[in-house]
Design a protein. Structure first.
Length: 193
């Protein structure tokens, strides 16, 4: 079972943001427009993976390990290839790489930047690619409850996904009414902690 310690902190100072995400993205604020965000990530797309490696950023690996543990607990009777996952703010697909290593294959990528998604396509991991903003809801290409699970890493900081994005992420994932009764205790623990 899960420990009660926190895994992720959303508050980071500018130096940490700069180290993790680069100079241009460290300066994003809640006033930054979607067009600006899209432009910045389009510009960074070709060298993004190398930047992450050079900065020794590996947040995606421990996040996916935690995600994998959660999926095993919630979907005990479901094969990995049957679990429909959406990688929200997928970028170049670094989270998808880790999911593929764990043998998940039913993964869709969602990102605001078409050039980041083009980089993700080169990795041959995702089944579908959706270029849209999480903050414009609802995303027409995604049905309510279409996915079993959602993962989002690196974008849950100021200036990236706004509050309306959370409502959209919740909309696209199956609700408690659709889940087997034995998983509800797990969902409660996650929401509580």
């Amino acid at each position: 079972m899960y420990s009660q310690k926190r895994v992720l902190t959303l508050e980071m100072d500018k130096d940490t943001l700069r180290e993790l995400f680069g100079e241009k993205t460290a300066n994003l604020t809640k006033e930054t427009t979607e067009d600006e965000i899209k432009r910045i990530y389009d510009e960074r797309s070709g060298g993004y993976d190398q930047e992450q490696l050079a900065a020794r950023v590996a947040y995606h690996k421990p996040l996916i390990e935690c995600f994998h543990k959660a999926l095993k607990e919630v979907f005990q009777d479901k094969q990995k290839d049957q679990i429909k996952i959406i990688d929200a703010a997928a970028g170049t697909g670094l989270m998808g790489v880790e999911l593929k290593k764990l043998e998940y294959t039913n993964i869709s990528a969602l990102d605001i930047s078409p050039k980041m998604l083009n980089e993700a396509k080169k990795k041959n991991i995702y089944k579908d690619f959706i270029c849209a903003s999480l903050c414009r809801k609802p995303i027409p290409e995604i049905e309510t409850g279409q996915f079993d699970a959602l993962v989002c890493g690196g974008s849950l900081v100021e200036g990236r996904i706004g509050p309306s994005g959370f409502a959209e992420m919740i909309r696209m994932v199956r609700t408690a009414e659709d889940m087997p009764k034995e998983t509800l205790g797990f969902v409660y623990k996650v929401l509580k902690n």
